[in-house]
Design a protein around this ligand. Sequence first.
Ligand code: MF3
Ligand code: CO
Ligand code: CO
Length: 287
Amino acid sequence: MFKLSRNDLCWCGSGQKYKKCHLEKDNLLKKYKLEGYRIPSKNLIKTDIQIEGIKKSGDLTSRILDMLGEYICEGITTNEIDEKVYRFTIENGGIPATLNYKGFPKSSCTSVNDVICHGIPDETVLGSGDIINVDITTILDGYYSDSSRMYTIGEISDEAQRLVTTAKECLETGINSIQPYESLNNQGIAIERHADENGFSVVRDLGGHGIGMEFHQEPHVHHFDTSENNMILVPGMVFTIEPMINEGMFFARLMDDGWTVKTVDGGLSAQWEHTIVVTETGAEILT
Ligand code: MF3
Ligand code: CO
Ligand code: CO
């Protein structure tokens, strides 16, 4: 790496002297590195133009999920939800990122009851008491955004409602824990604590991911306390937070279709997801 002097112009293009701009932050990152943390490589830090692009994509993803809020009801099939997603996405200039992604056949993931994630839309009819996660990833002008929400059908049990609410709170507390120049693990600690306090568990085999000009990038985001979340966050990093919260044990099992992931114990699972960007003061939600 080249070496900047204190009085040189900062590398970031602010026009300020290095000592008044990024010098202190760079030194902090060096210190973290010596302590064994990973520092994000340049391609994980998005430019303002790229962040704008991801945000526009995120707006569309969010509008799709809003639209589904009006549409999803008792008696419809997950295929019908998927067809709606496909049409709405295309009509608004987007491309569903999951369609033909590594062989995934649909424009959305629909995960009902004990399905943790990556459920494939089919002829399953939604009935009263069901909970469903719909996960949407949209490509707009080459930019990816990824978000998911839970929808409840008819009358659901108090326990199911508590799970859905707790999973949403886990996402919120995870996002609120994000701080630049601090560890990615903050969100893992916060999410695991909130799930624990409510008697639920956090899925360990799947997590969030960097995103932007690709679907999945570094870092992998574990939603529980682990030394594998050892990346330091820097403004401009874009990634998803998408905790999967189980009613019972955290164990997950992949079904024979190669996609659908279910709870091993048959308990319910709930998930909410946002794409976020790390800012100078915390995180901004892009979806
Ligand atoms: N949107 C999912 C995520 O949050 C990924 C779906 S990939 C698929 O990472 F192939 F299963 F659709
Ligand atoms: Co997703
Ligand atoms: Co995701």
